[in-house]
Design a protein around this ligand. Structure first.
Ligand code: FE2
Length: 157
């Protein structure tokens, strides 16, 4: 049974397609942040090991919220590694082990990229799809990425 919430089936589909991209990017950044948590070394090892854990836990919670919103809007949610990679705009770096400095830079750039992409999605949700719920939800997500980016940016002198 499809949701009867004043959004046309076509617009629901447009919203859930964007949400699938967002879900994929959140997964990519979650996996990357965990990789860095596992492989961090250097003079700030324990601090950054803990910081990355704090951030991947935030991402993990967000992943669940995004996936369940897709379901709330009446669509099946993608859930395989292949689909996440296909739909992600963030890039992974297989076989590379970044320095402490480069880990911080890469995570910062990724969070900033998501903030920028989300800002473009919000008027599409709100004006094109008449989906104020997703516009508000992604605004909240954007603010969380702004905050995580701010923490990472503070490590740059
Ligand atoms: Fe751990």
């Amino acid at each position: 049974m499809s949701p009867n919430i004043g959004i046309s089936p076509k617009n629901l589909k447009k919203s859930t397609n964007i949400l699938a991209t967002i879900l994929s990017n959140e997964m990519t950044l979650y996996v990357k942040t965990r990789k860095f948590h596992w492989n961090i070394s250097g003079n700030s090892f324990m601090e950054l090991h803990k910081l990355f854990e704090e951030q991947y836990r935030i991402l993990e919670a967000n992943i669940d919220e995004v996936a369940e919103r897709i379901s709330q809007l009446g669509e099946k949610t993608i859930g395989t590694m292949n689909e996440f990679i296909e739909n992600s705009t963030l890039k992974e770096s297989p076989k590379e082990y970044a320095s402490q400095k480069n880990m911080l830079e890469e995570l910062l750039e990724n969070h900033e990229q998501l903030v920028t992409e989300f800002r473009d999605y919000i008027p599409v949700f709100e004006n094109d799809n008449h989906d104020i719920g997703s516009a508000d939800f992604i605004t909240g997500l954007l603010q969380q990425h702004e905050k995580m980016a701010w923490v990472l940016r503070r490590y740059h002198a």
